[in-house]
Design a protein. Sequence first.
Length: 266
Amino acid sequence: MGKSHTIAMPVFEAGHVWLAGAGPGDPGLITLLCAHALQEADVIVYDALVGPDILEMAGSRASLQYAGKRGGKPSPKQPDITLSLIEHARSGKRILRLKGGDPFIFGRGGEEAMHLAEAGIPFRIVPGISAGVGGLAYAGIPLTHRDHNSVATFLTGHGASGDVPEQINWQAIAEGSPVIVVYMAIKHLPNIVDKLLDAGRNPDEAVAIISHATLPDQSVLETSLRKCINDAATAEVLAPAMVVIGSVVSFREHLDWLKPTTKNSL
């Protein structure tokens, strides 16, 4: 029999905030450090994309505080969430701020960490597997492949204003990135597609739309850039979903290891 080995974990100190990523959904994809934080936290402030299976890993003394933001639904205000983190920490509690995916990839983790730093609250960043990595892997799509691309671009289809971010250089992305992964893309998909087509992107390029990535109800719609708007509407694709644009989508034919999926031929 092999020797058992216990990994030494950092102490989660009172008055500290840990900003952690819970991964893309499958509870098996959270990190050991995140699991440790779930057990040690006094208060867990969690987002909408953190599933119940992950929250069940919390320690018995932990108080759960929902801070999810979903489009079109009443949501806690960001300043209130940040203030809550600061107040809990100042009261001497161990605070776990738990976000879906990775806290520094379209998760406002940078904003919250800055506010904590300005308030003098000690914090730790616990990275998580982003949906743009884990979701693609569960869909059988390699983010990079040396015969296809050495560059991939992550962008969000939903900015702070609720619209597509204005500062995106669509021309540069369309011309320079063989693979584009768009988070939170469904609401503004027609706008995003129009911008890419106007910038010269191939309308027949392969597209995959991954909904509920890594979860039991994951679905993957394969289509093309010119057809994806109508196909997504016909298939009634639900958020959360991401859009993958590029030739690497073709690898699903051989690498689609997670069944069943929903397909629509190009």
